[in-house]
Write a protein that binds this ligand. Structure first.
Ligand SMILES: [Zn+2]
Length: 415
């Protein structure tokens, strides 16, 4: 079987044939000449109609999926047509994406691998370059955003994620419907303006149909939600509250450890960090023993830990009323604890009481786990080292791995 037979079978495009193949001079790549099928009329790239030919442009190379360690290029001299509507323009090439030097098949090939591997690994695996992989992802994401259907959106979650030092944040908006979770939007910064950008993108009609919005306690988000989604039930995400509480506890522990060291006490809290931060059921046997040890002392860390553990109960309630009673009591207790970071949490929770209780009104439907899962995936995506941590690159990478975007269809499943 010849290479051309295979290519004409799997990369079939009406009006074109692969007609000869040879090695390049350095034997590192295979070059396949493509020509119009006999009698096939060129299609105008402006209006997609068959039009009479005008002339031919110089031969160009279009990179195709590599084979057995050889790069593969299609060589083709593009025709220009004389179109009564569009004038003299280049013909439409079904395998090529505009000015890009790669075929659509290769762009898609690289982009799919770039979802499994890091961009760097993808480039290395296929003798490509980081820029080429980036270009492929850019093409596929651009196509996907243009062709995606927003449908109806019932529930959204908004989340912020830090992507560089010095308060560089992104705002991410997810759809968190029961049947469909995906990243809908990426915004620069975490300001009122950035989150408003999402609502501009989806339009007022769709926004007015949103029933649930999940967020953390970041004030600009709260403001935008109140303005743009007044009809929706606004829920504070459990994951973010637990994270805030852990952060406060960690502050208490770190400060106390320092203080004890300065005062010359025995290092009681050594190796205690994960014992108090992890959930009890996730502790190792050794950490459990360590935790039991620590709990015998009357330390601020221990008291803060017990308050945190106690708060877990909040999420178990079914009725907003009883959950509210519990919350009030917990805040009252915590305010008397004389542990400033914990008191700060209590004050924050108090001032968001109503939103916190919405969690129970939504019957817990749209919270625990979903946003946390997406947030973790987003972090993994960012960590897979995309070279430059610029907004544009991260935006592409995030849409690519979390957007569930549609892709252009190929003539063949190459991979
Ligand atoms: Zn035309």
């Amino acid at each position: 079987m010849e290479l051309l037979t295979i290519l004409n079978h799997c990369h079939r495009h009406r009006g074109f044939v692969h007609h000869s193949a040879r090695f390049s001079a350095d034997k590192k790549s295979i070059e396949v000449k493509v020509r119009p099928r006999q009698g096939a009329v060129a299609i105008c790239s402006g209006c997609q109609q068959p039009r009479p030919g005008y002339d031919q442009l110089p031969e160009r190379r279009f990179e195709f999926i590599p084979l057995w360690g050889f790069l593969v290029f299609l060589l083709y001299s593009r025709r220009r047509v004389n179109c009564p509507e569009c004038g003299v323009v280049a013909e439409h090439l079904p395998w090529s994406a505009g000015k890009r030097q790669s075929t659509i098949a290769y762009l898609l090939f690289l982009a799919r691998w770039a979802r499994k591997l890091s961009w760097k690994e993808t480039a290395e695996a296929f003798h490509s370059s980081w820029d080429q992989v980036c270009d492929a992802v850019e093409y596929v994401v651009g196509w996907g955003l243009e062709h995606r259907s927003l449908g109806s959106i019932r529930a959204i979650g908004v989340d912020e994620i830090q992507y560089a030092k010095g308060h560089k944040y992104l705002t991410l908006v997810y759809q968190i419907d029961a049947g469909l979770t995906r990243l809908l939007w990426v915004g620069r910064e975490r300001t009122i303006e950035s989150f408003q950008g999402f609502f501009t993108t989806i339009g007022g009609q769709l926004a007015s149909q949103i029933e649930f919005v999940c967020s953390d306690m970041w004030q600009p988000y709260l403001d935008v939600i109140r303005e743009k989604c007044a009809q929706a039930l606004h829920i504070l995400d459990r994951f973010h509250i637990v994270a805030k509480m852990n952060k406060a506890l960690d502050e208490v522990r770190a400060a106390e450890t320092r203080r004890m060291a300065q005062e010359g006490h025995a290092p009681l809290l050594k190796k205690s960090r994960w014992c108090v931060l992890k959930r009890k059921e996730n502790l190792t046997a050794q950490q459990k023993i360590r935790l039991r040890d620590i709990l015998r002392y009357n330390l601020q860390t221990v008291r803060a830990y017990l308050l945190k553990e106690d708060f877990q109960q909040f999420w178990e309630y079914n009725s907003p009323h009883w959950a509210g009673m519990f919350l009030d009591f917990w805040c009252f207790q915590t305010m008397r604890s004389r542990i400033e970071p914990m008191k700060k949490i209590a004050r924050t929770l108090r001032s968001h009481r109503e939103l916190l209780l919405n969690y129970f009104k939504a019957r817990k439907a749209y919270s625990s786990g979903v946003i946390e899962g997406l947030n973790n995936k987003a972090k993994v995506t960012m960590r897979k080292s995309y070279g430059f941590r610029t907004f544009r690159i991260l935006e592409l990478a995030l849409y690519h791995s979390l957007g569930k975007l549609p892709e252009p269809e190929l003539t063949h499943e190459f991979f």
